[in-house]
Design a protein around this ligand. Structure first.
Ligand SMILES: [Zn+2]
Length: 441
């Protein structure tokens, strides 16, 4: 009898231990998610699809392990044996990363695959279901998954076309990626016209855009921003860390004008200064138009990034100079997560988006969120997935929920936070903060 009672108390104790985590997780499952950042597009190339090579980000881990290239023009028919022979060893080395966990979440939730990692024997069946969803009835699949996952809206950064304003607003909110507007000032200065970006020409309905002087260029930038605002854009996005350092010096109009009017080619520093000037101009416009600016900070996707481009502390001068702008820092600034947290704590105009951090490192996301809650009021914290297909958005959201539930339940268990407050934090991160910052209905 005594033994029996002991067993019951152990079960009750274990249930209590798990219950806060499960309660938070269950509660997050009821929230309509405002996903602050994705790159969702219709999957294009079924020939190169082979179950794990096109999972958002995961291929980078397989390459990091030393794998040969997935790109093989001779191999356009899926074959599990040859795939596994070539990549299986590198897949296995990568099966404990957070990118992999995102992938397994997707497979578990959407494909009822309950093993902890892939084995060769399961590849053909998975291939068949995934290829059907992605390439045979994608619209139906997308709609089902979107609704089942309880997305309210997804802010979609169309990196493949910075100038497209036509989106399906029943699923997406429009984002104006201003990175091309910043970089193209060099072409405008050098040629005194713009003709290279077909998407911009289409947006402006012109075959060539004359940019005789700097004011012409600034007028063009303002027109682009106005078109986006009128089409319902909810924010701007700066992804320039992939192209250059994110230190944006304060260049005065005269200097920028002199560089713009220079005869002949600009040197590297002059090009940077023109870009710096344009981004400052865009920030001033963002204040007038009430458009928050999402900024990529920290880690770069792929396997050859110039990683220190995105150090979040490089943005300090902007936070001080433009108190009325709203800056949203992405990705935990990883690996400079404490710098990122400190910036969110110090500045009223800086918001912190966890986007992609749970997939880069779940452990670091948990540690960083803990530090954020110690240091930063929780009305400034958001979540986004940052993936390319809806399947991966589900896997990344699950990882985000795990991170938030782990942090909040641990705090409740320690008596650092009440359950009521924890639920409010969860709702704020996954819905309310983004709704407020982006003015969503
Ligand atoms: Zn992104």
């Amino acid at each position: 009898m005594k033994k029996h009672l002991l067993l019951i108390s152990v079960i009750i104790f274990t249930a209590c231990q798990q219950s806060n985590y499960n309660k938070i997780k269950d509660y997050i499952g009821t929230i309509e998610i405002v996903d602050t950042h994705e790159h969702l597009q219709i999957p294009a190339d079924s020939n190169s699809f082979s179950v794990f090579n096109t999972v958002s980000y995961f291929a980078s881990d397989i390459y990091s392990a030393g794998s040969p290239s997935f790109y093989d023009p001779g191999m356009n028919k899926f074959n599990a044996d040859s795939l596994w022979k070539k990549f299986g060893r590198f897949y296995n080395y990568s099966r404990v990363t957070s990118y992999h966990e995102q992938f397994m979440n997707t497979l578990r939730i959407l494909y009822s695959y309950d093993k902890p990692f892939l084995v060769k024997e399961d590849l053909p069946a998975l291939y068949n279901s995934m290829i059907a969803n992605r390439y045979r009835h994608y619209d139906k699949w997308f709609d089902e998954v979107y609704k089942k996952t309880r997305f309210k809206t997804i802010l979609n950064d169309q990196y493949w076309n910075h100038f497209n304003t036509t989106i399906d607003t029943s699923y997406f909110s429009l984002v104006c990626n201003i990175s091309s507007c910043v970089l193209m000032v060099n072409e405008a200065a050098e040629n005194k016209k713009l003709a290279s970006d077909k998407n911009l020409l289409k947006l402006m309905d012109q075959e060539v855009i004359n940019t005789e002087n700097l004011d012409d260029y600034l007028t063009l930038v303002d027109t682009v921003l106005t078109i986006f605002k009128n089409k319902g854009a909810v924010c701007l996005k700066n992804v320039l860390a992939y192209s250059r350092s994110i230190d944006f010096e304060d260049i005065d109009y005269e200097t920028a004008n002199r560089i713009f009017n220079k005869i002949g080619q600009c040197d590297k520093l002059e090009k940077k200064h023109l870009q710096d000037f344009v981004f400052h101009h865009i920030i001033r416009q963002s204040i007038k138009m009430d458009l928050p600016i999402q900024i990529h900070t920290g880690y770069l996707a792929g396997n050859s990034g110039w990683l220190d481009n995105g150090h979040p502390m490089k943005l300090l001068n902007l936070f001080i100079k433009y108190p009325k702008a709203k800056f949203i820092l992405f990705h935990g600034g990883y690996p400079w997560t404490s710098d990122y947290v400190a910036l969110g704590k110090q500045f009223t105009n800086v918001y912190l988006d966890l986007v992609w951090l749970p997939q880069i490192s779940k452990t670091e996301a948990i540690r960083t969120l803990n530090e954020m809650l110690d240091a930063v009021p929780y009305n400034k914290i958001m979540w986004g997935g940052d993936v390319l297909v809806i399947d991966d958005a589900v896997g990344s959201l699950e990882l985000g929920k795990d991170v938030v539930a782990a942090v909040l339940s641990e705090r409740i268990d320690k008596g650092w936070m009440t359950q009521e407050v924890a639920l409010d934090v969860a709702r704020s991160i996954f819905r309310d903060n983004a709704s407020a910052v982006f003015g969503l209905k």
